[in-house]
Ligand binder design. Structure first.
Ligand code: F6P
Length: 554
């Protein structure tokens, strides 16, 4: 009886089971759970190709996982996944599909959406990108003086920056030896002017990346780059060899002065934060080459297939999503930490911040009602090794519950074994320490063994005891390659999607960022016209006065 199984009452009952069991389990220590269940570690792990996840160090048991799987069923997760992959307009507020999975699907079988062969269009653009990237890489694409390209400057922000920037860093060992990639996002002119001082216009290629081609920060930086190019001896006619655009808005690209023959396109059904697989990935393709870029796509596609087909209990994105929901809604966690231990992945937390927080930072359901419980957590993090020496203290002994993902590669050909063994040991040790903690009895025994005087032990005992029971997912990559990276990123995309389905929000719009943009334009205009925007409050007016006075000095 599918209807009975998925009615709102069933969903409410599933939520109730999740809440009730989370409360019941709240006091239980993971140490006890491990001690009582010899198979726990072996059972609570899953793999997809090069990605292995040990999720046993979570404050959850079989009953909790079953309750969450029932919640997934009651939230129509299967139907939602099918709708996304089929290109249904699931981003209802923008009347769009969210079809980033089509960007990494093979050429065949064809994916037909609204009578259009989406795969053919995707692969035609991929082929154009590949031809261009090959020409830049092999030096047949030259600048105005006949020199090959040496520096690539991507000008973009948000999804038109974070994904390509993070992947270029992660795959840096594979970068073409002649090419350097730079990323300009902040409209603080210190960034672009500082960078331009180091560059030679004759061997620099600018990639202006903006889905909408209306983003103020990007267009301002792009105009500065264009003017610099002309001031440094480039002519209008040379712009075509040095500026390309990546966008869905051909009209605005042409209005900016870039020939649309030098534009690489994508589609409105690619959300900005899901766009690194599209032409927005051009800097990646330029740096590591079309073959490696296609490997990245293939890794993501393998995760797509896994997400579509694996049962919930073997399904990496679903498992991570369910466990995340357990903490947010069951145990009241408000943040989620991501700690990559590979140096190459150090920008992953920033990328995941946009992916997760712009997708699920919502207080209104897809049906337009206020959400009933908490939704997306604050996602944060940094390099795990560096974090250990900075903020992990709070994870170990602070008063907040902070679930964490630790990510590390088992093999790292770019790090000598003397280094890599330390990375692996620390990552594994931190997960263990967070989980087990150290009881007062253990702390006392350790201090006694070290010959510390009883009075001093009494003073230190509380400080040197750790509560433990702090959860982590350990995400192991066989090695950091284009393929495993593609799979890892797609895993997180689908985790975010799954959570959005469970919370009932539209993960593909971002109306919350619009108001600030509108007001910034009005305030900027107010600097010049000497007036205040009609809706400016007293504080805002005062700040406008201060800014106006400072600007008048320059
Ligand atoms: O302001 C938020 C946002 O719209 C993001 O969603 C997007 O990734 C970013 O700005 C950049 O947008 P665009 O690629 O259109 O310049």
């Amino acid at each position: 009886m599918p209807h009975a199984k998925t009615s709102p009452r069933t969903r409410a009952a599933a939520w109730h089971r999740v809440h009730a069991h989370a409360e019941a389990l709240n006091k239980r220590h993971m140490r006890e759970m491990f001690a009582a269940d010899a198979d726990r570690a072996a059972r609570m792990q899953a793999r997809m190709g090069p990605v292995f996840v040990d999720y046993s160090k979570n404050r959850i048991d079989e009953t909790g996982l079953s309750a969450l799987c029932e919640l997934a069923d009651a939230s129509h997760l299967r139907r939602a996944i099918d709708a996304m992959f089929a290109g249904a307009p699931i981003n209802a507020t923008e009347h769009r599909a969210a079809l980033h999975t089509a960007l990494r699907a093979p050429r065949t079988p064809a994916l037909i959406v609204d009578g259009e062969d989406v795969s053919a269009a995707v692969h035609a653009e991929l082929d154009r990108l590949s031809d261009f990237a090959e020409a830049v890489r092999d030096g047949t694409w030259t600048g105005f003086s006949g020199q090959p390209v040496r520096n690539i400057v991507n000008i973009g922000i948000g999804g038109s920056d974070l994904g390509p920037r993070m992947v270029c860093d992660a795959l840096r060992p594979l970068t073409h030896p002649r090419l350097r990639t730079h990323f300009v996002a902040n409209v603080d002119g210190a960034r672009i002017t500082g960078l331009l001082r180091q560059l030679d216009p004759a061997s620099t290629l600018f990639v202006i990346a903006s889905k909408t081609f209306t983003t103020q920060e990007t267009l301002t930086n792009a105009a500065t780059a264009r003017q610099w190019f002309l001031d440094q001896g480039g002519r209008e006619a040379d712009i075509a060899r040095h500026f390309v655009a990546v966008s869905t808005n051909a009209e605005a690209v042409a209005a900016f002065g870039i020939d649309t023959a030098n534009m690489f396109g994508f589609w409105d059904w690619v959300g900005g934060r899901y766009s690194l697989w599209s032409a927005i990935g051009l800097p990646i393709m330029l740096a590591v080459g079309p073959a490696a870029f296609r490997e990245l796509l293939a890794g993501a596609h393998a995760m797509d297939v896994h997400f579509r087909t694996a049962p919930w209990r073997d399904n990496l994105p679903v498992l991570l999503a369910l466990i995340g929901v357990w903490y947010v809604n069951g145990l009241g966690a408000r943040t989620h930490m991501v700690a990559p231990y590979d140096h190459g992945l150090r920008r992953l937390p920033g990328y995941l911040q946009q992916l997760d927080m712009e997708s699920n930072g919502k207080g209104t359901t897809a049906a337009g009602q206020p959400v009933e419980g908490a939704t997306g957590p604050v996602v944060w993090g940094a390099s795990g090794i560096n974090g250990q020496h900075a903020f992990y203290q709070l994870l170990h002994q602070g008063t907040q519950l902070i679930p964490a993902d630790f990510i590390v590669s088992l093999r790292n050909p770019n790090s000598p074994p003397t280094h890599h063994r330390i990375v692996l040991a620390n990552c594994i040790a931190q997960a263990q320490a967070l989980m087990t903690g150290r009881t007062p009895a253990e702390a006392r025994a350790e201090m006694q063994a070290a010959g510390i005087a009883p009075a001093r032990i009494a003073e230190l005992l509380a400080h040197r005891s750790f509560p433990g029971n702090r959860p982590t997912n350990l995400i192991l990559l066989d090695a950091l390659t284009p393929h495993s990276l593609g799979a890892l990123l797609a895993m997180y995309e689908h985790k975010v999607f799954t959570q959005g389905v469970l919370w009932g929000v539209n993960s593909f719009d971002q109306w919350g960022v619009e108001l600030g943009k509108q007001l910034a334009r009005r305030i900027e205009a107010a600097f010049a016209d000497g007036d205040y925007p009609a809706d400016a409050d007293a504080s805002t007016r005062h700040l406008i006065d201060l800014a106006r006075a400072a600007l008048a000095e320059t």
